[in-house]
Design a protein around this ligand. Structure first.
Ligand code: ADQ
Length: 490
């Protein structure tokens, strides 16, 4: 039996009994943007919010996050709160306002130019700037103040998300030690050799060890974290129980592989909206009986987007019989476009697509169709359903939810998932065609293997993948974290 939203609701009621439940993240789950006279409520493309929104819908409570939309201020009450989701109003979103300078130092600067590349080890060097670090500390304090205000004198459980808020639990507990905190780190944790270049490594580790529970996607990241702590800080580590003790407090470190709302995605994918969208896509792009490939990514240098085009290029050169018969749709969400590395990546991808298309295109056919915009979940599901194969070629990825979304939407039990070995997802989805994105020749052969795989084999693989994601869904993820916390004596 797989976990449902109702199971999670029951668990929350019984285990958290009367405690206020607060989620904190940088990114908000709903953004209000104005276009002309109208205000729209948009769901941003982010693995994190996609995963946590179903949990909050099930639990209720408060979600504290940075208000980033241009109409966000118009929607909140005097405590900067708004009820979301718009169709259900099941929890309250409390927005924090940041100045442009704060956003630059804390978000673009320290979080995304230092911590993101430091943890991914994707051969983009981190840059450490003292002013950014100071802003990061200041903004973590702003989040702590808002959380403490929400908590008041209630008993609360605070669930902190990600690398933007590494110092938060310590700051909260400095003022209110009664609050129970758990933190989930959504990106990889590197080994100590890599981490030791961070000039403020000790402070970051100490901040994270303010938590009662610290979660990573996979055991490998937990091991790296424990090793980093043992080499950096005064502490006692019980490897048997995976507990770090320091300064009177204890932190349990555990893997919790994040997932998606399998049933909801599957239901949508089987609906009329998706079927109609598939038809529309076929007509718009003049598709006949071509083999369709799909990639869905934020434009980020960790996702290995150029690598898949190099592999496609190699594949078409090596197996010319497929020229004219394969169309690869790359759906892309622009991301962190104010950071230079991301600007360069965007240009690199544009040039590469033009080059590969130029090399092979003939008549109305070209191998790569690049759709660089935010698409609705229905549109993404339609592409997933049209695809013969989906490519996830990350150079390093904490989990990668696209792989799980693809599998969830294949209600027809068909389609091949090509998955980088360097994603957390590859540890669970072992029935996918696993690949090394750096090994371009073999990657090209894997494209051929995916296209030529007999239907019966494709279906057998997809059935196993679907069972896996259905079983290990987002409610199971949230349920395991809450159960683990209650095991700590809450
Ligand atoms: P991300 O790096 O953001 O998340 P990922 O898990 O791949 O990565 O999720 C991306 C999400 O954005 C998916 O839901 C995808 O469908 C959506 N998306 C991408 N392009 C889109 C587009 N053009 N239009 C609409 N939607 C689009 C971080 C970590 C991951 C981890 C998650 C959750 O880097 O490793 O899986 O958090 O923990």
């Amino acid at each position: 039996m797989s976990w449902t939203r109702e199971d999670l609701q029951e668990l929350v009621k019984s285990k958290l009994a009367g405690r206020l439940f607060i989620v904190v993240s940088n990114r908000e789950p709903y953004v209000h943007v104005s276009s002309g006279d109208e205000i729209q409520c948009v769901v941003p493309a982010s693995g994190l919010t996609v995963a946590l929104d179903p949990m909050m819908r099930a639990c209720g409570g408060v979600w504290v996050a940075h208000g980033s939309g241009n109409a966000d201020r118009e929607m909140v009450d005097e405590k900067n709160r708004v009820l979301v989701p718009p169709d259900e109003r099941s929890y309250s979103l409390r927005r924090i306002w940041l100045t442009a300078e704060e956003e630059e130092g804390y978000y673009l600067g320290f979080s995304n130019e230092a911590l993101w590349p430091l943890c991914h080890v994707a051969y983009t060097p981190p840059s450490f700037d003292e002013a950014d670090w100071n802003t990061y500390k200041r903004v973590n304090q702003l989040f702590a103040d808002a959380v403490l205000d929400e908590v008041g004198d209630k008993q609360a459980f605070v669930f902190i998300q990600d690398y933007h808020l590494a110092l938060l639990s310590r700051l909260i507990k400095a003022k209110n030690p009664e609050v129970v905190t758990a933190q989930f780190w959504h990106i990889p944790w590197p080994n100590s050799e890599v981490f030791r270049i961070c000039p403020w490594g000790e402070e970051l580790l100490d901040g994270l060890l303010g938590n009662d529970l610290l979660g990573f996607h996979i055991g490998y990241h937990c091991d790296n974290f424990l090793e980093t702590v043992s080499r950096t800080l005064e502490s006692k580590i019980d490897y048997e129980r995976s507990v770090v003790s320091r300064g009177g407090g204890a932190t349990l470190v555990r893997p919790f592989p994040i997932s998606v709302d399998f049933d909801r995605i599957a239901q949508d994918a089987a609906g009329r909206g998706v079927t109609e969208e598939m038809e529309r896509i076929r007509r718009k792009w003049g598709l006949n009986d071509e083999y369709i490939g799909v990639g869905v990514d934020r434009v980020d240098y960790t996702k290995g987007i150029p690598h898949r085009f190099w592999a496609l290029d190699k594949f078409l050169a090596k197996y010319p019989e497929y020229q004219g018969r394969v169309v690869f749709f790359q759906l892309a969400e622009p991301s962190r476009t104010h950071i230079r590395k991301y600007m360069e990546l965007n240009l690199e991808i544009d040039d590469l697509i033009e080059e590969v298309n130029w090399r092979y295109q003939s008549g109305r056919w070209k191998p790569i169709i690049y759709i660089k915009e935010h698409l609705s979940p229905i549109a993404v599901a339609a592409f997933h359903r049209l695809a013969h194969f989906c490519v996830v070629s990350s150079l390093h990825d904490g989990m990668n939810l696209v792989a799980k979304e693809f599998v969830s939407s294949r209600v027809d039990e068909d389609g091949v998932l090509m998955l980088s070995r360097f994603t957390g997802a590859a540890r669970e989805l072992t029935d996918a065609l696993l690949l090394n994105p750096y090994a371009i020749d073999r990657f090209a052969d894997t494209i051929k293997e995916a296209i030529e795989m007999p239907k019966r084999q494709r279906q057998a693989m997809m059935r196993k993948l679907r069972q896996n994601v259905q079983q290990n869904n987002i409610y199971q993820w949230a349920g395991s974290i809450i159960s683990e916390l209650s095991g700590l004596g809450l």
